[in-house]
Design a protein around this ligand. Structure first.
Ligand SMILES: Cc1cc2nc3c(=O)[nH]c(=O)nc-3n(C[C@H](O)[C@H](O)[C@H](O)COP(=O)(O)OP(=O)(O)OC[C@H]3O[C@@H](n4cnc5c(N)ncnc54)[C@H](O)[C@@H]3O)c2cc1C
Length: 481
């Protein structure tokens, strides 16, 4: 499949499937690809004229190009020979499942969840398992608020803690790993780590130097406009935003009601502000505003190719109070030993959890990355002019529940409208208001408030579903007659 294209700019980018991970640009031997912001505040590769030799390497490492390897085959190659390894369709291969939090310094209060990811990254350095960590740090560049950085001190790892719902890319990081010998750990989202594993199959140096992959559970990633829009919601000026933090915990509130904080710097001085999850942030998140389209075609919830994966919400009784906790999916014996000895030393709290406790809290993401995905694939594969049909581990399947399909349609519309409206009015002072109006318009005309629409649309979908179901039943019956 891959060979009919010159490079990723012919397939992933034009089909809206590029997640902007930057692996293609980092691995390209000719330096023919450059990762840049597109009009919508998303990263995408741009081809530099006359440099591409059509070697196809970028296509082989792209997590969204159809190919032989997928998360299951990559994970099996790494972990299947370990004693006691199990498999589950949501979490992939796993050796052990834990919940807990870090008791070290400010890990927990500063962390997105329980701070265990930061604790582990620090441990990898201090126990001399790796020399450098590739993690995501805030940068002071207003055009790139977060970026991957290669760090080698505990203080730097600590400065990277917390989640960045902001595009980050690995092209420079890969070049650095290829240029500087040493042992590296990389933390990343499922798509980036899948690309990295595929790059490690093709590059001996990457394979030798990257010794640990630390994964994050991922529901979706956002464009850079998500941060700018939240800033506008909080009364700041998006074009002057200098720094943001997505998950500042407030001890007086529930740990899931964290806040987005921003600092804007202009000639008039410094303006700071915040927006709580409960003040619209989680609504925007849940309605897919500013979501990357590639995330609609991802079937990996728990970074199945990583040696260990951290998530941040576990069902009771594993939330351990108000300050955040993690669940941990361990796939490597080395990482399990580190965690268990950290717990014995009293540095972290760690309890074994049943798989059910993890799956119960991830129902929302499971819906997006399984049922929604399969219905989406069904829709794409039935499009007359479909130029590229993503091949995923879960086959196209028409969903017969009209309400779920309507919900998905509304979220898709929200994504398109937020993305387009923000891009069009980005530099206008009232951009926040314009996006808000556009979103409300979608809601009013499309669903929720319009009960007639809901009612009739529901009936139409239901009738169609029954017809479809009856015709497939008749087909099956005919085979027997
Ligand atoms: C876009 C995104 C979506 C997520 N969706 C979910 C979800 O649906 N359900 C769920 O349970 N958990 C989700 N997570 C993971 C969760 O938010 C926490 O990151 C995870 O539980 C680790 O928490 P911690 O307190 O141990 O991490 P911390 O100790 O705070 O450390 C966080 C580490 O993550 C790295 N990091 C932050 N942002 C990024 C990024 N964008 N790309 C790569 N590395 C990054 C930092 O470098 C830091 O080292 C998501 C994370 C991200 C970035």
């Amino acid at each position: 499949m891959a060979s009919q294209y010159r490079n990723v700019c012919d397939v992933t980018v034009p089909n809206g499937l590029c997640v902007g991970c930057g692996i293609c640009a980092g691995i390209c031997p000719e330096g023919a690809l450059n990762i840049a912001w597109n009009y919508y505040g998303e990263y995408a590769p741009v081809e530099l004229a006359g440099k591409c030799t059509e070697c196809g390497l970028c296509l082989q490492v792209c997590p969204f190009v159809n190919q032989q390897e997928n998360e299951t085959t990559l994970a099996k190659r790494e972990f299947s020979n370990q004693d006691g390894i199990h498999h589950n369709s949501v979490v992939g291969l796993f050796l052990d499942l834990f919940a807990g939090y870090s008791k070290v310094d400010n890990h927990r209060i500063r962390g997105a969840g329980g701070g265990l990811a930061t604790w582990l990254l620090e441990k990898l350095l201090t126990q001399d398992i790796v020399d450098r960590i590739c993690c995501v740090v805030p940068s002071n560049d207003p055009n790139i608020l977060f970026r991957y950085s290669v760090v080698d001190s505990v203080d730097d790892v600590r400065s990277a803690s917390c989640s960045a719902y902001y595009p980050v890319e690995l092209s420079q990081t890969i070049s650095e790993i290829l240029n500087v010998d040493g042992r590296y750990a990389v933390i990343g989202l499922p798509c980036a780590l899948k690309g990295l594993r595929m790059a490690m199959l093709r590059s001996v140096d990457l394979r030798k130097r990257i010794v640990v992959l630390v994964g994050l559970v991922c529901g979706q990633q956002k464009s850079k406009f998500f941060a700018e829009y939240l800033c506008a919601m909080g009364g700041g000026c998006p074009s002057k935003v200098k720094a943001v933090s997505f998950r500042v915990k407030d001890p007086s509130r529930h740990h899931l009601d964290h806040r987005f904080e921003f600092t804007c710097v202009s000639g008039d001085g410094v303006v700071t502000g915040h927006v709580y999850q409960s003040q619209g942030m989680s609504w925007l998140w849940g309605h897919d505003c500013f979501k990357l389209n590639a995330c609609n075609f991802c079937d990996d919830i728990t970074a199945e190719v990583a040696d260990v994966t951290f998530g941040d919400s576990v069902a009771e009784p594993y939330s351990y109070g108000n300050m955040g906790a993690n669940f941990v999916i361990v796939r490597s014996g080395l990482i399990r030993d580190l965690l268990v000895s950290g717990a014995s030393a009293g540095e972290i709290v760690l309890d074994r959890v049943p798989l059910k406790a993890i799956i119960t809290r991830q129902q929302g993401v499971i819906l997006l990355k399984r049922k929604d995905l399969q219905h989406r694939l069904y829709l794409v594969s039935h499009k007359h002019n479909a130029s590229y049909i993503p091949v995923k581990r879960f086959p196209p399947r028409r969903r017969l529940n009209p309400l779920r399909n309507l919900d998905m349609q509304v979220r898709d519309r929200m994504r398109d409208v937020s993305r387009e409206t923000y891009a069009q009015h980005r530099y206008q002072p009232n951009v926040g208001l314009l996006v808000q109006k556009a979103i409300i318009h979608v809601l009013e005309t499309f669903a929720y408030r319009n009960w007639r629409f809901n009612f009739f649309f529901g009936i139409v979908c239901f009738t169609k579903s029954v017809r479809h179901w009856l015709s497939s039943l008749m087909c099956r019956l005919r085979k027997f007659v």
